[in-house]
Ligand binder design. Structure first.
Ligand code: SOE
Length: 390
């Protein structure tokens, strides 16, 4: 049997995203016929014991304690950046300039200026057949890919309103300790960039339109948290009497938006919505139909057509049919997929684009547009003049 050429991957970082990406690189060629064969060649991380344990656990052939080794090694074709946002620009630009493809986690960077430099490096590299993608993984949820198909087919008619929320609750406890996601110098922003970026990208992608303006409010409910040794993980529990340090990011972001093709939108991102665990929700209201999605019920899409009989209500489409996006490669109808599948689909689409020599989507330019929206939200929220007191 023809053995496709290897695509030798070097991953930087091995926490939550490193685990999800490792699973995706290993699983993609087992369920999809790929034109290139991903190889888990090296994982890089600063802690020697930690990165060696991660290589063992996630199946990487070698471990490096300095990401620059991945840039220097001639047995690495692609650098996969799974680190906090403050390192994305330096690593991505170095990798692209060394002729290595790049997959960079979201948000692309911690500022528009950094993102612009990354787009410039990606543009120069593309001319040499080297490609870059930003990991807005939710585009690869089958139900959202089906929603995109419906929008593109005109099934919704003219889209008038966009409603998007991303609700989590893992910071609701004021004694959940500080992590890098609460440190602006590492994460760039709080709920806004961490999870708000996902719904900004997804709604621009679904509608095919860009946000041109916003009016926003940011809030930090808990201004100090316990400092613990674990400044990387998603949380854990610090004691009420532990030393406390400042939270330097938003806990919740809400904003209204206008899209360039006419729709208006309402957005909400928070990690304090007690009881909501990973509720990434999108609703589009068009002239002919509406659709509604909630990642906490990720295998279904709700759809309402004006033309249907009056009391039919929203239909709940189980997105597990063979003809639905991605699902035919997995299980029989009704068996459903999980969070990790969107990362496998992301790898599939990236590998196929690289093999075909075309720009993977979302590009760094798409991710720069998201970065511009994040910056506009922060600018609006800090502009007292736009707030009318009651
Ligand atoms: C935040 O809690 C987070 O881990 C995001 O950083 C991820 O991008 C999202 O997929 C899950 O939630």
């Amino acid at each position: 049997m023809h053995e496709p050429k290897s695509l030798r991957v070097g991953m930087v970082g091995y926490a939550f995203m490193g685990a999800a990406h490792s699973h995706a690189w290993r699983t993609a060629p087992r369920f999809f016929d790929l034109p290139l064969a991903p190889r888990l060649t090296a994982v890089a991380g600063r802690n020697p014991e930690g990165v060696r344990a991660a290589a063992e656990k996630f199946g990487w052939e070698s471990a490096e304690t300095d990401w620059r080794r991945l840039i220097e090694r001639d047995d690495i074709d692609l650098v996969d950046i799974c680190t906090p946002g403050d390192t994305h620009a330096e690593i991505a630009i170095a990798a692209l300039e060394a002729g290595k493809h790049v997959l960079c986690e979201k948000p692309l960077a911690n500022s528009v200026a950094e993102a612009e430099r990354m787009v410039a490096a990606a543009g120069a590299a593309a001319a040499a057949g080297v490609h870059a993608m930003c990991g807005f993984s939710y585009r690869r949820t089958p139900a959202l890919a089906l929603a995109k198909r419906l929008v593109d087919e005109g099934a919704l008619g003219q889209i008038r309103q966009v409603r998007a929320q991303y609700l989590q609750d893992w910071l609701s406890d004021e004694n959940t300790p500080l992590t890098w996601r609460l440190d602006r110098t590492k994460s760039g922003s709080g709920s806004l960039g961490d999870i708000g970026a996902h719904i900004i990208d997804a709604t621009q992608w679904l509608t095919g339109q860009s946000i041109t303006g916003v009016s926003a409010l940011l809030e930090t409910f808990v201004k100090e948290r316990p400092v613990t040794g674990d400044l990387v993980g998603l949380g854990g529990r610090g004691g009420a009497d532990a030393a406390r340090g400042p939270v330097t990011v938003d806990d919740a972001a809400i904003f209204s938006a206008r899209f360039d093709g006419g729709p208006i939108g309402v957005f909400e991102a928070t990690r304090f919505a007690l009881g909501r665990k990973n509720a990434m929700r999108i609703e589009l209201n068009g002239s002919r139909a509406s659709l509604s999605f909630d990642f906490e019920d990720m295998n279904s899409l709700s759809f309402y057509e004006a033309a249907q009989e009056p009391n039919a209500g929203f239909r709940r489409i189980q997105v597990t049919e063979p003809e639905h996006p991605y699902t035919g490669h997995w299980w029989p109808v009704g068996h459903g997929l999980g969070y990790e599948h969107v990362f496998t689909h992301q790898v599939v689409d990236l590998v196929q684009a690289i093999a075909a020599g075309v720009q993977p989507s979302p590009s760094f330019a798409d991710a720069l547009q998201v970065q511009r929206v994040l910056a506009a939200v922060e600018a609006s929220a800090s502009d007292e003049s736009r707030w009318h007191k009651v």
